[in-house]
Write a protein that binds this ligand. Structure first.
Ligand SMILES: C[S@@+](CC[C@H](N)C(=O)[O-])C[C@H]1O[C@@H](n2cnc3c(N)ncnc32)[C@H](O)[C@@H]1O
Length: 207
């Protein structure tokens, strides 16, 4: 966790591990320029790393949790990047949250949120992406998912059980359910990319 003298800056080991493979996928699908709205930024490590890796883009992190927003601000200060904006307080379960999301983004991303929030958060994410994105705009989603109605590994089965034990409304979702939800919000699932540690990248585009 955060070191002494840096009380706000949180360290998420998973974010450190997956930032490079996620960045490699983003390299192939992000727009050349414009604003990227990140939902559920958590520690803020992804937004700052991507700000450095993709200097022509501006990243807008967000999180409903005040401690996470403090961490994001601390990472922005530490990284010295000028293309990562101050975090917004966005809860995708709030009604019509996208009305208060600031400038219209060219792309959106949500990393490791879908399984660790109620299904209503996925509904809100898709509704917001459908409203905010222009045609062909990217929604990038990353995390563990079931495919074809089945878990893809024993460790994902155990992870799913542990999530549901912590909160009955959390859990590893089916890609097919997300695809159906996305389609109801004018988004199409273009690509499913297997990632390290039994995760997937899901590439959605606004129709
Ligand atoms: C496992 S953390 C992932 C953080 C970061 N994206 C990462 O990969 O390190 C899940 C995050 O989802 C956020 N979250 C949970 N429910 C949410 C909601 N309804 N709207 C937006 N963010 C939410 C939490 O505050 C938390 O920061």
């Amino acid at each position: 966790m955060s070191g002494q003298g840096e009380p706000d800056r949180q360290d998420a080991p998973a974010a450190r591990r997956n930032v490079a493979p996620i960045g490699d996928v983003l390299q192939g699908c992000l727009p050349a320029s414009g604003l990227v709205l990140e939902i559920a930024s958590g520690s803020g490590q992804h937004a700052c790393a991507f700000g450095t890796r993709f200097p022509a883009l501006t990243f807008q992190p967000s999180d409903p949790d005040a401690r996470s927003r403090a961490s994001i601000s601390a990472w922005i200060a530490e990284s010295g990047t000028s293309n990562v904006a101050a975090p917004l307080d966005i809860d995708v379960m709030a009604p019509r949250w996208w009305m208060n999301a600031g400038e219209r983004p060219a792309a959106m991303m949500a990393i490791n949120m879908i399984h660790i929030s109620p299904w209503q958060a996925s509904e809100g994410l898709m509704a917001g992406a459908g409203s905010l994105l222009a045609p062909e705009g990217l929604l990038y989603v990353y995390g563990p998912f079931r495919r074809g109605g089945r878990h893809i590994s024993q460790s994902n089965i155990e992870f799913d059980e542990s999530l549901r034990a912590r909160n009955a409304n959390w859990g590893v979702r089916d890609i097919e359910d997300l695809d159906r939800l996305a389609a109801s919000r004018a988004l199409r699932l273009d690509e499913v990319i297997a990632m390290p540690a039994n995760n997937f990248s899901l590439i959605f585009r606004r129709k």
